[in-house]
Every structure is written in C-alpha cells, then in structure tokens.
Design a protein around this ligand. Structure first.
Ligand SMILES: C[S@@+](CC[C@H](N)C(=O)[O-])C[C@H]1O[C@@H](n2cnc3c(N)ncnc32)[C@H](O)[C@@H]1O
Length: 352
C-alpha cells in the first residue's frame, strides 16, 4: 500500500485507503464515505434481530471497512464466523494492513480473493450475506440465494437506480423484468421492482424472501430480506406481485417489519434517529405509493399548506398519515387523492 494513503475513521474502525475522491470501478480497493449510512444501518439491524452465532459473508468486501466494523461494533454473540472476499488483486494486502491498524488478528476471519459467485458456491451456507456491488446485484443473486440458510438474512444494494427509476426503461425491463415509473413515485416503485426481482430468483429455490427493512437513499436502494425455505410461503410472496397503474409488476407487500423498525429506532444513535423516525412512522401505513403535495398544489394552482396542518386534517377525517423517506414533499396516507384535494382546496378558500 502506498504511504500516501489516507487514514480514515468510520464508526469504531480505522482504515488506510486510496485518497481518490471520485468513486470508480477502475480504482484499486477504495473507501466510499457516502455508504457510511448503508454500513451504519446494517450494523444496527444485525444488532436488533434476535439471530446470533451467525456465519456472515461479505463477498464484495472492498476495503474491508464493513467487516472491520462488524467485528468491532456488533454485539459479542452475533458473529460465529466472518468470511471476507473480494476479487481485486491487492485485496489481501489492503485487508491485512487494515486489520493490523485496528489491532485485530486476521486469523479471526476467513479471507478469500475469488470471484464472488465462486466464493459463495464453494462454501456450504451463510446466515447473513451482504451484497454490495457497483451497479446491479443481478450477477450475484443466484449464488447468494442458493447459499443463504433456511432462516437467514440477505442484504442487497443496487446502485443502478437509473434503470430502476425509468431513465432507461428498456434496461429495467431486461434486467428487472418490469416496467419502471418516471414520475414522483419512481424511487418507491423502483425499490419494489428490485424486491420482486430478488423474490422471483428466491422462488426458483423454494425460498420465500420477505423484506424486513428497505430504503432508498442518495444514488442507491437497499433491502434486507428474511429467508424462509417453504413452498407455500413462496406462493404467498408471489401473490403479492402486481401492477401499479402502468408500472410493474412490483412487490405490493410491506417494505418493513414494523417491530424491527421500532427496535432499530429505539437503539439508533443521533445520526440515524431522524431517518429512522420517518421510516418508523411510514412503516405503519400500508399503502403502495404516497401523495406528492407540491405536485397536487401545482396542479390546483394553490399555495402548499404546512405538513402539520394537512396531517391534522387528515387524521381528523379518520385516516393515517406520515411523511415518507422517499420524498421531502411526500405524504404517505390511506386517504384518497380526491379527499386530500378537498382538504387542500378548503384550506386555500379559508386562507385566500
Ligand atoms: C461497492 S464496492 C464494496 C464496498 C464494500 N462492501 C463496503 O461496504 O465498503 C464493490 C466491490 O466489489 C468487488 N467486486 C466486483 N465484482 C466482483 C466479483 N465478481 N467478485 C468479487 N468481487 C467483486 C470490487 O472489487 C469492489 O471492491
């Protein structure tokens, strides 16, 4: 490793990485600070689920920061064995340097330097597999799902949001077997398209994959699935695939396990609290999609009422309401658009 490499602290881990600021596939193993929240959420989620003594696999480990943080920040009983793999040439030397820096013996983990699919298929099974690639997770889905244990968890990142959100409609059809949406709901629908695709691969192996925590952030989607090996559970999952207007098919089931979200909110630190509080509130409202208040008000040519005002009126009318993490101007509610428009119009009449 070059002496010029930067020393970085993230969570409890220190790493030495390339000082390059621009993230790219062509770089040697590098560190991406934008994905800190992705790693923070993974640690929080694993600390909140009941599972313990896990065989954990990081097939696309990069700098090893996630693995280091897992060892330093997960509760004592969580990890039984940690497998860390990446196919980059310099991977072993990067990992060894970074483990030494944190006073962790490399003998604690099982290291390999192979293609992720070969690594996964050459092992007999894992309770948690984290797929965090550049772009689409598609090339790794078969081997990941084959190797996740009967009641294991898989975490999937997708950074190819331009396909999933409809910039490249044909790419979405080819890669995700669904039609994307190009309006204000494109992120939620894109996330639901990704979920369905992963579930379809799961169904080939009689593995029902139910999302327990999902979100869209910056340039990526992230979904944690709980696996259950059961033909009847797979049938139940497939019944929740449907079109959303002209888009889809998408997963129309829940994006979160409410009690897990509650626990994650309780255990989160200040850095994650706000994000989790929005997700906690929206996880209680079982709708696909949300209302974009700015768009509705633009159509009506009226001023945008304050969120708290609308929220109170919607609740008074007997409906549930929350903000949504998908959009700063979104309102998740089981109220119909027509009823919401009536509330907005009435507000406009009384204030103008
Ligand atoms: C986005 S980075 C991973 C970041 C890392 N998970 C983290 O949390 O910091 C993707 C990594 O996957 C590795 N990679 C890409 N394709 C691979 C493959 N087929 N097999 C093994 N590693 C691969 C790259 O070398 C790169 O280090």
């Amino acid at each position: 490793m070059s002496e010029n490499n930067e020393l970085i602290q993230e969570g409890k881990a220190k790493i030495r990485v390339s000082g390059e600021k621009k993230v790219s596939k062509k770089l040697p193993v590098f560190y991406n600070s934008v994905m800190k929240l992705n790693r923070d959420i993974s640690i929080l989620l694993l600390n909140c689920v009941k599972d313990k003594d896990l065989r954990v696999a990081l097939p696309l480990a990069g700098s090893g920061i996630r693995g280091l943080r897992f060892l330093l920040e997960l509760k004592k009983n969580k990890i039984k064995t940690l497998y860390i793999n990446d196919y980059k040439e310099e991977f072993f030397s990067v990992i060894k340097t970074n483990f030494l820096l944190n006073n962790l013996p490399v003998s604690e983990i099982i290291l390999s330097n192979e293609d992720a699919n070969i690594f996964l298929l050459n092992n007999c099974g894992f309770d948690y597999i984290d797929i965090d690639p550049f772009g689409t997770p598609n090339p790794f889905l078969n081997s990941t799902i084959r190797r996740v244990s009967r009641k294991g968890i898989i975490a999937i990142t997708a950074t190819d949001t331009s396909s999933l959100c409809g910039t490249y409609e044909n790419a979405c059809k080819r890669k995700y077997w669904a039609v994307p949406l190009r309006n204000e709901l494109k992120h939620e629908i894109g996330l639901r398209i990704l979920i369905r695709k992963v579930q379809l691969i799961g169904s080939q192996f009689d593995k029902a994959l139910t999302p327990i925590f999902s979100y869209s952030k910056d340039h990526y989607f992230r979904v944690f699935f709980k696996c259950r090996k059961s033909k009847s559970e797979v049938d139940r999952v497939l019944k929740k695939h449907a079109f959303f207007f002209e888009a889809g098919p998408v997963w129309i089931g829940q994006l979160w396990d409410e009690s897990l979200v509650e626990e994650m909110y309780e255990q989160s630190d200040i850095g994650l609290k706000k994000f989790l509080s929005i997700i906690k509130n929206e996880s209680n409202i079982k709708t696909v999609g949300f209302h974009d208040i700015h768009k509705i008000c633009e159509e009506l040519k009226v001023e945008v009422p304050k969120f708290d005002f609308l929220s109170e009126k919607i609740k008074k009318a007997g409906f549930n309401v929350s903000r949504t993490h998908f959009s700063g101007v979104g309102l998740r509610s089981d109220i119909s658009k027509e009823k919401l428009i009536r509330i907005i119009k009435k507000h406009h009449e009384t204030t103008s």
